[in-house]
Design a protein around this ligand. Structure first.
Ligand code: NAD
Length: 435
């Protein structure tokens, strides 16, 4: 991955503020006090805790949990294990969760958490200990009706099982399944949750294309797709877009990418990555860098890794016809402006990857009702929610751009934020400021 060379402010929390301000400029009804309240996280917690590692040494870890807003319901948001996790990143991710839950219209607020360490350097036993201690330090700051974690970068169903188990040890004798989503199927997980983020991206892209967001292309069938990141979101997106008729021409991970203009053999690449830990060097494809991947000429570019990948210094090189953000925060505000000028629509994270939290909500409902829905039911409900959300966002963009607003035309990110902020503000005003 090329390192950023711009002077752009890449602090994700500052970026959320810039995005918010851009949307608020189109919302004169929002009073200053409400704007200030909605921008700030409700609660930010830092925990520092020691772990005795397998080799007998003691290491101290830093964990975070931020609850951004809960006027529409309990906090909801993933837990990330990555060496770069820091408070401002978690605050940004928590605020995007607030807007995402509002856009997809599930009754949750926004939250996020993480522990700053590299799970690739630790054994499963160490990661289990770190997880259990982190969750026990958070204590009753999380709970089925207050703040509900889920998977994010380098956490998965196995991690969620440990979270559930730890919380259950602390709260015996009651149904605790709803404390965390993304659990294994046999521990209250939902069918379809694993691939929900990617499936939501597919449904969102399909809807946007049918609605004419890219001229001359009304579907995914035959589209040439490049995907950055080959984890939960990226690898499932590759499979699902391929099943929908797309050609996956390039994929990448933290070590680099591969390209085959005629289409990548996904099963072979997944097997190769399972063996070697990377897609780099897989057979029948040419090695490329992550920077090369972002600049490929293609129909759909899916960033599915981390924040700040498409920036002021590389956005001009993007040659995709549509960007579909499976990752959170992959595009900076400067890049947004460049892409808008280049007429490249971006299906923004708070819309495009909301399928994950949508099926997390379905999982939580099933847990509370002691039910298990079948996969078809989950996917059908997911498609309905994604299409409604995409329609609301595209409709808002059309409405504002047709009005000839004095602030100029808006992109889809700003439209999505306007929809979301409006929904959260509406509930905040109805509930009133306590006391
Ligand atoms: P993951 O840990 O399963 O996969 C992350 C992938 O990104 C891996 O393939 C990793 O190699 C790759 N990666 C890491 N650093 C990279 C770099 N510098 N350049 C290129 N690739 C790199 O994580 P995930 O759950 O798939 O999350 C990916 C993105 O999707 C994150 O932004 C996350 O917040 C977002 N997201 C995930 C979910 C979910 O349900 N898992 C939901 C919504 C959004």
């Amino acid at each position: 991955m090329s390192s950023p060379t711009t002077t752009e402010d890449l602090n994700p929390f500052h970026i959320t503020a810039q995005q918010f301000d851009r949307a608020a400029a189109y919302m004169p009804q929002l009073k200053r006090g409400l704007i200030d309240y909605l921008k700030r996280p409700h609660r930010s917690v830092i925990v520092e805790f020691p772990i005795e590692m397998a080799d007998g040494t003691v290491q101290t870890f830093t964990g975070y949990r931020v609850l951004h807003n809960m006027v529409r319901g309990p906090g909801k948001g993933g837990i990330r294990y990555h060496p770069n996790v820091n408070l401002d990143e978690v605050r940004a991710l928590a605020s995007w969760m607030t807007w995402k839950c509002a856009v997809i219209d599930v009754p949750f607020g926004g939250a996020k958490g993480g522990v700053a360490f590299n799970p690739k350097e630790h054994s499963e036993a160490d990661i289990r200990k770190i997880t259990r201690r982190y969750i026990s330090e958070l204590g009753d700051l999380i709970g089925p009706y207050t703040d509900i974690p889920a998977p994010d970068v380098y956490t998965d169903a196995r991690t969620m099982a440990w979270i559930f188990d730890t919380y259950s040890m602390m709260h015996p004798g009651r149904n605790n399944l709803g404390v965390v989503t993304g659990k294994p199927l046999d521990i209250g997980g939902s069918h379809g949750r694993d691939e929900a983020t990617a499936r939501g991206c597919l449904y969102c892209a399909e809807r946007a294309l049918v609605r004419g967001v890219v001229s001359g292309r009304d579907g995914v069938d035959g589209a040439r797709v490049a995907i950055q990141g080959f984890g939960n979101a990226g690898a499932h997106a590759a499979t699902l877009f391929h099943e929908a008729g797309a050609h996956i021409i390039a994929v990448s991970d933290s070590q680099g990418g591969i390209l085959n203009e005629r289409g990548i053999d996904l099963a072979a690449v997944a097997a190769y990555k399972a063996k070697t830990g990377t897609v780099l060097g897989a057979a029948n494809a040419r090695n490329i860098s992550n920077a090369d991947l972002l600049a490929l000429e293609c129909d759909i570019l899916i960033p599915a890794a981390l924040e700040n990948q498409i920036r002021g210094d590389n956005a001009a090189a993007v040659r995709a016809r549509l960007i579909c953000e499976a990752a959170n925060g992959p595009t900076t505000p400067t890049a947004d402006r460049i892409l808008q000028d280049k007429d490249i629509p971006v299906l923004p994270d708070i819309l495009a990857n909301s399928g994950g939290v949508c099926v997390s909500y379905f999982e939580w409902v099933q847990n509370n009702e002691n039910e298990q829905w079948d996969l078809q039911e989950v996917n059908h409900k997911l498609r309905t929610k994604m299409e409604r959300a995409a329609d609301a966002v595209i409709g808002k963009q059309t409405e504002i751009n047709r009005s000839g607003h004095t602030n100029g035309p808006i992109d889809l990110r700003t439209a999505a934020l306007i929809v979301a902020i409006d929904r959260v503000a509406e509930v905040a005003l109805k509930r009133g400021i306590w006391p």
